[in-house]
Design a protein around this ligand. Sequence first.
Ligand SMILES: Cc1cc2nc3c(=O)[nH]c(=O)nc-3n(C[C@H](O)[C@H](O)[C@H](O)COP(=O)(O)O)c2cc1C
Length: 418
Amino acid sequence: MPEYARLERRFPRPGDLKPFLALKDRRGLGRVQRRLASAHTIEDLRRIAQARTPSGPFHYVDGGAEEELGMARAREAFRDLDFHPRILCDVHAVDTSTTVLGGPSALPFGFAPTGGTRMMHAAGERAVVRAAGRAGIPYALSTVGTTSIAALAEAAPSARRWFQMYLLKDRDLSLRMIAEAKTHGYDALIVTVDVPVSGNRLRDLKYGMSYPPQLTLKTFLDASYRVEWWSNLLTTEPYTFTYEEPGVPRSALQVSGFNDNTTTFEDLAWVREAWGGPLVIKGVQTLADARRAVDAGVDGIVLSNHGGRQLDRTPPPLHLLPAAVREVGADTEVMIDSGVRTGSDVVAAIALGARFVLVGRAYLYGLMAGGEAGVDRAAHILRTEVERTMQLLGVTSIAELTPEHVRLFTRRAPVPLY
Ligand SMILES: Cc1cc2nc3c(=O)[nH]c(=O)nc-3n(C[C@H](O)[C@H](O)[C@H](O)COP(=O)(O)O)c2cc1C
């Protein structure tokens, strides 16, 4: 007799089904919260973002330069690593806090500078800084942001704010911008150095990305099923740059026109003098440049390929990290970004010696998926992933993470030099 035929059976009683009915009680949640509650990863937020945002801005965020190989490889580097956990450690309480550039951060990551943020969602940079403040982490406002230095400070006076500079062709204008950031209590200056010219982002051409957005037939059709985005755009204040002055043409501040590509390491001296606070160089991609930056007296460097948005086919910053930490880690704070999509990525970078990690697209997907609450959701997802990964690795503090917890792999081996 088959085993199933030998089972003792009875008729189901009322109430027997109750434990199997896992109906989620989302009655108290609003429309946006309900939508966000279904996102358990940054990738989930990305999918929601794509459905809700016109193609131009979505692909401006999601895309990279040319064939997007640098972008894909930066991500791949995180996926290819192994974790080596310790067992039987008491991990009931985990402390994710750290310090960076002379101040505290509740988590070992912060929000990277991103231009044009109000195009992703009308709530823009104000939403990002408030969410960063709630999470207890720093946020860097971009030179080509869409909210002024003063307005951002007003939106979240107690949040840790950094200011990201592209050095402008007009040096006096750069100096006035630096002074403005100082006046409004920004506590670090990040000079981004990997955009001597804009990268060739083909998706921007394909999807008609423009700043400000143009209503063409194509964008009009796209907008017809993203009505909320367009109505937000048309009913909120027009975009302004991070820093504007009466009489200074916007082209002096716009990506194609603003950036001084005659800048060299020597310029760091006058920037440092004008700023007087912690100074960081973002976009370091070689050991030689890491050393030169340190010799120029910077307080921190960000190993970054700009999320694969500038020069394509740049190596993953994660692969440079261990050597960079060995080379300059004792002299400066080594930070990293590009390709971080999970809290476990953050933990891996910290274990390999990074002082701090920046995330760009991760919070922008949250913003596009649900405005300020979406950025909160992104921070929540990353935070819980950081905590869980630390506990599973057997550590309870950032200081306990070491390179022994991580092993890097690469699918490609370099061709030997001859
Ligand atoms: C839409 C977008 C706009 C960006 N704008 C800037 C910018 O204005 N200044 C800057 O230094 N970096 C900018 N970045 C790069 C980020 O600061 C960061 O280096 C990058 O997003 C990290 O990669 P990830 O997106 O994979 O996390 C931008 C990135 C994105 C996605």
